[in-house]
Design a protein around this ligand. Structure first.
Ligand code: GLY
Length: 343
């Protein structure tokens, strides 16, 4: 065994210094801005106000940051009109709604998540219980559902009439080699959503927390897990730096460790906006350049000091990358940037 002191001595005798330890490279906590508390979601005007209102109410009354982000995430999860999250989310190829969600808490760097959970409208609340009431981080499928039942969650049909009809239309238009056919008057939809929502917050102590929740890729193969419940992919945060979340094509966030990357870029001095753009660039590079990219991801970031960022890989007509925030200054929508223009 090499004694560290002896090792340092022998290095200095050779005129060498010890490489900087990884922890010495970590940025010192940024000064917490007076602008906090703040809560952010990855939606613009249409959903932002509705989603953030209950979370802001909790923060305004100096309530718990985890309660705040959960209250906001639950809004979209419980709303049947949102077809990409929770109840009323688009189903898998068999017509079954399977939900993914994760939560992370800055002060103890703890996290919890559920994947492919069926029948529970608010998967982010189950993820929070995984974090707070177990020694595990990730529960999937039947195990996640049994855990939710144990904690009193009701098992319900998450497919609404609206999403059932969209699914049937997709199924009937999928192939001309099977026995299904759509009504003559109807055109099939080829829209495969990966909507998702991220809710990130910083409280007045400067502590950070976040949630990502989704019904995942529409018509996915049963059992497919996206980025949302994978810590470091669809959500990551560090209490000394801030939080990053993602929506869009989950597979790309997983293979780039995109949210972890965004937080580490902020730790190394990039602003939340620069970090979001850099993650998008990394994904484009991994894929061999802009001409090879036919999907989209949107990255959102919240610095510990309340600074925000938002960037998407591609421009999407009628869907500018934007985020909403609520702080003492009120409700605000901020436009992000995109890297690849729509042709
Ligand atoms: N980002 C959501 C998903 O790919 O499942």
């Amino acid at each position: 065994m090499i004694d560290r002191r002896k090792f340092i001595k022998s290095l200095s005798a050779l005129g060498m210094s010890l490489p900087v330890l990884k922890s010495d490279l970590l940025a010192k906590p940024k000064k917490v801005a007076k602008g906090n508390p703040i809560i952010l979601c990855s939606r613009g005007e249409k959903w932002g106000r509705k989603v953030l209102r209950p979370g802001w109410e909790v923060l305004r009354k100096r309530g718990s940051l985890l309660d705040a982000v959960e209250a906001s995430a639950n809004v979209t999860e419980l709303d049947p009109e949102d077809t990409s999250v929770g109840y009323g989310g688009l189903p898998n190829m068999d017509g079954v709604v399977q939900l993914d969600a994760s939560i992370m808490n800055g002060p103890d760097h703890n996290c919890g998540s559920v994947a492919c959970i069926e029948g529970v409208k608010t998967p982010s609340s189950v993820a929070r219980l995984v974090m707070e009431r177990t020694d595990h981080i990730h529960l999937v499928g039947k195990g996640a559902q049994d855990f939710a039942i144990m904690h009193g969650f009701k098992i319900e049909n998450l497919l609404t009439e609206k999403t059932r009809k969209i699914w049937v239309r997709w199924r009937e238009n999928l192939s001309d080699k099977d026995d299904y056919f759509p009504p003559k008057s109807e055109k099939g939809s080829d829209k495969r959503t990966t909507g998702t929502i991220n809710v990130l917050g910083v409280d007045s102590n400067g502590d950070v927390a976040g949630i990502t929740t989704t019904s995942g890729l529409a018509w996915k193969i049963p059992g497919r897990v996206g980025d949302s419940p994978i810590i470091g992919a669809g959500l990551y945060l560090d209490n000394e730096v801030g939080a990053v979340g993602a929506t869009g094509r989950g597979e790309e966030m997983i293979r780039s460790c995109g949210s972890f990357l965004g937080v580490e870029l902020m730790r190394n001095g990039l602003s939340p906006q620069e970090a979001c753009e850099e993650v998008c660039k990394r994904i484009i590079d991994i894929n061999g350049g802009a001409s090879k990219v036919d999907f989209n991801d949107k990255i959102v970031a919240l610095g510990k000091n309340g600074d925000v960022g938002c960037a998407s890989i591609r421009e999407k007509k009628d869907d500018f990358p934007e985020i909403a925030t609520w702080s003492k200054k009120g409700f605000k929508v901020t436009k992000g940037t995109y890297l690849i223009e729509q042709k």
